[in-house]
Design a protein. Structure first.
Length: 559
């Protein structure tokens, strides 16, 4: 084999290493706990067992994925579980490479274009059930197009795959979308006399079987109806969705490579408009709408673009296949992948096992060791980790899979320190609070920290660079707080440490300097506070806290 023949294997190897990252998804842990419960009890989950809203109905739509996650953890801990992510993402890369090459697209085009699409999906390289949706969506696309030549022999495979998909992830409904879009394209081809009525009827029959297969799960019709019933691409009113930025429309700063992929694909379509397969235009418009509607869709759309885009680029720019450009494109792609690998390694993104800085590990150890009093209030992001570590001794207040509007609403009001925050903690009889100090997505400071620090009814008894623990300061709980209270400056030392870590991980977090400014101000570091407040005003000129600080602090800082 010539040197250039080895380059695709080298690129795949670099991509595997780039996707080899420690577990950092918050949702992974409620999936582990659910899998553990299903395995140990041999029963499915029908209510919100692990939270204080235990009576609220719960559909564990990814139950089979939960079992797989728990099985991998049981066999090899976080290390083996973490390998699932690079293995499945690398499988996606290999499939896309093989399918594009089989269609005759030059390797000099496939390598850089596919590399772009894969890198645009980077934000979803997480140990979550969406990994199965990535793989199965690609298989659906391939089988749908393969059916043009092989007919029912290819299309019938969609049915058992849907039965599997419906038990791995509720996004199985995307399979309906793919079949529907393909059917629309085939209908256009029928009117153009490019396919037969018999083929269209066969596809319609398979489509009905696909829908029926989605009902083969422990929850019947409820799993395929989850996304249709609870998600509106524009009017989001579910409290849990509002707490999560991935349900919101994207900006260029958040997912710049998604915009690059879709812009390139759009240009390629326009350049081939007279000879393009209408099916590709249909998929492009649908994927563009999905991606512009929600951040969570952008990574899947970018990945699926890798099925169409290499061939489109090759057809629109035939000069790219010239031999003289081959070495530049091949080695250039490898250089980009190697550079990304070095960058992500320098940023601390690569590795195996658990990314411990994301979770309140030491704080949870402390809570268990001291047997702090329940009920427990916790930050939204940490609910999954805490139920994994603490159930059944403690029930979490809120987490990423809870379906209780009441607790979601209460959590958002408490974290924002709305006027009713203290009364809500009283109503739920909360005795212990474990909280972070900054919102993970934006880096904004939790106003709750200010409220707890100034409230005489709460005592701070634990603080590290990640988490704080407060206990209710009442006589029956004296044994937990007497002699253990920490100065309230510890709360802001934790805020500064957490904000600094979040800034180092991602400097695009829009509210991080507000948190750093507030922390420095409460620690008496006035010059540092002024610096960060000024940085925040450059982003948000109307923020009153930053305006007041910038106005007043210069007069308090010694010359």
């Amino acid at each position: 084999m010539r040197t250039r023949d080895y380059l695709p294997f080298l690129a795949i190897g670099l991509f595997f290493l780039l996707a080899l990252r420690p577990i950092e998804a918050f949702d992974t842990f409620w999936q582990l706990q659910s899998g553990k419960y299903i395995w140990q009890t041999k029963s499915f989950i029908y209510t919100d067992l692990f939270s204080i809203a235990a009576e609220v109905p719960r559909i564990e739509h990814c139950w089979l994925s939960d079992l797989i996650f728990y099985g991998l953890y049981s066999l090899g801990g976080y290390g083996l579980l973490g390998l699932l992510k690079p293995l499945l993402m690398t499988l996606c890369a290999v499939l896309l490479w093989c399918w594009n090459r089989r269609r005759g697209v030059a390797s000099t085009v496939v390598l850089p274009v596919l590399g772009l699409c894969l890198l645009a999906s980077e934000a979803s390289w997480l140990v979550r059930p969406q990994l199965w949706t990535f793989v199965l969506s690609l298989l659906y696309l391939h089988l749908l197009f393969a059916g043009r030549e092989r007919g029912m022999r290819a299309w019938l495979w969609l049915v058992p795959l849907m039965a599997l998909w419906a038990n791995l992830h509720a996004a199985c409904v995307f399979g309906f979308v793919l079949v529907g879009l393909f059917w629309l394209g085939e209908l256009i081809r029928f009117f153009r006399r490019q396919t037969t009525g018999a083929s269209l009827v066969a596809l319609s029959l398979v489509g009905m079987l696909v829908v029926a297969a989605a009902f083969i799960n422990p929850y019947g019709y409820k799993i395929p109806m989850i996304l249709f019933g609870n998600i509106n691409l524009h009017d989001i009113d579910n409290p849990g969705q509002l707490l999560n930025m991935e349900w919101l429309p994207p900006t260029f700063a958040q997912v710049s490579l998604f915009y690059v992929v879709m812009a390139l694909w759009g240009v390629v379509i326009l350049l081939r408009l007279r000879r393009i397969d209408p099916m590709e235009a249909i998929f492009y418009l649908a994927f563009l709408y999905m991606g512009l509607s929600m951040i969570r869709h952008t990574t899947l759309v970018a990945l699926l673009a890798g099925y169409f885009l290499p061939g489109g680029v090759a057809a629109a720019f035939p000069a790219l296949a010239q031999p003289r450009l081959g070495p530049w494109l091949r080695w250039g792609t490898l250089a980009v992948l190697a550079g990304m690998l070095v960058l992500r390694g320098y940023q601390g993104f690569l590795g195996v096992g658990l990314k411990e800085s994301e979770y309140p590990i030491a704080a949870t150890d402390f809570l268990q060791r001291e047997q702090l009093p329940a009920p427990l209030y916790n930050s939204y992001d940490w609910g999954g980790y805490l139920m994994w570590r603490l159930y059944p001794d403690y029930l979490v207040f809120v987490d990423g899979r809870s379906d209780s509007p009441a607790t979601f609403s209460a959590s958002s009001l408490v974290d924002a320190r709305r006027p009713e925050w203290s009364q809500l903690l009283d109503d739920y009889k909360i005795n212990t609070i474990m909280t972070r100090t900054c919102f993970y997505d934006t880096g904004a400071p939790l106003n709750l920290i200010d409220g707890l620090s100034r409230h005489p009814g709460w005592a701070l008894i634990y603080g590290d660079d990640t988490a704080l623990i407060f206990v209710r300061r009442v006589e029956p709980l004296r044994q937990y707080w007497e002699g253990r209270e920490l100065p309230m400056t510890q709360a802001y030392a934790t805020m500064r440490a957490e904000a600094a870590r979040l800034l180092a991980e991602d400097d695009s977090r829009t509210m991080i300097h507000l948190a750093l400014g507030r922390a420095a101000l409460n620690l008496g570091e006035l010059s540092e506070a002024l610096h960060h407040y000024r940085r925040h005003l450059a982003f948000d000129p109307q923020n009153r806290e930053a305006q007041n600080a910038v106005k007043l602090l210069p007069g308090r800082i010694a010359p």
